[in-house]
Write a new protein. Structure first.
Length: 173
């Protein structure tokens, strides 16, 4: 069992505070302490409401806690903010909320909509040549959507692409 740390910070504008809260939030999520994770990540949003990266992290915590509507709202906000920027590092980050929204729509049985969001994710995943596992993750998501839609050949094609990319990165597979 993880015990919450009581932070008594005097300066709410310290430059490292956002990173500290973000790291605490993502760490609590890794330990399965979703309520604490959400609380820390909401504090990050209070301090940096215009960061799509942090909205996506909060959405991840809600998704892990199966709070689908809250997660969806966070991912949509993340997309809105990330699509507004011209920062190169944000271009690669755009793939995550698209993919995460696809997970929500698949969970709800909205397979065509899920596939649409996976397809939107793919070019952003491919824009980061170092994230082959991310590209594989999107192909896997697409494959699951095609399977759910009964499009089995397209499913197999996507799963083959995902496996090929995973074997490129992790040759022992």
């Amino acid at each position: 069992k993880v015990v919450e740390t009581n932070l008594m910070l005097q300066d709410e504008h310290h430059p490292f505070l956002i990173n500290l809260y973000n790291n605490m939030g993502t760490s609590y999520q890794d330990f399965g302490e979703y309520s604490l994770s959400i609380r820390y990540l909401e504090k990050v949003i209070d301090l940096a409401p215009e960061s799509g990266k942090y909205w996506n992290n909060l959405g991840d915590a809600y998704l892990a806690n199966q709070e689908w509507n809250h997660a969806e709202a966070c991912f949509k906000k993340a997309l809105e903010l990330l699509l507004q920027t011209n920062k190169p590092e944000d271009q690669a980050r755009i793939a995550r909320p698209y993919h995460n929204l696809a997970l929500i729509y698949r969970h709800r049985g909205q397979h065509n909509r899920a596939l649409e969001y996976e397809l939107r994710s793919l070019p952003y995943r491919k824009s980061d040549s170092k994230d082959l596992l991310g590209v594989a993750r999107t192909y896997l998501g697409m494959g699951k959507c095609y399977f759910d839609l009964g499009q089995y050949q397209a499913c197999l094609n996507c799963l083959d692409s995902a496996l090929l990319l995973q074997r490129t990165v992790l040759p022992s597979l």
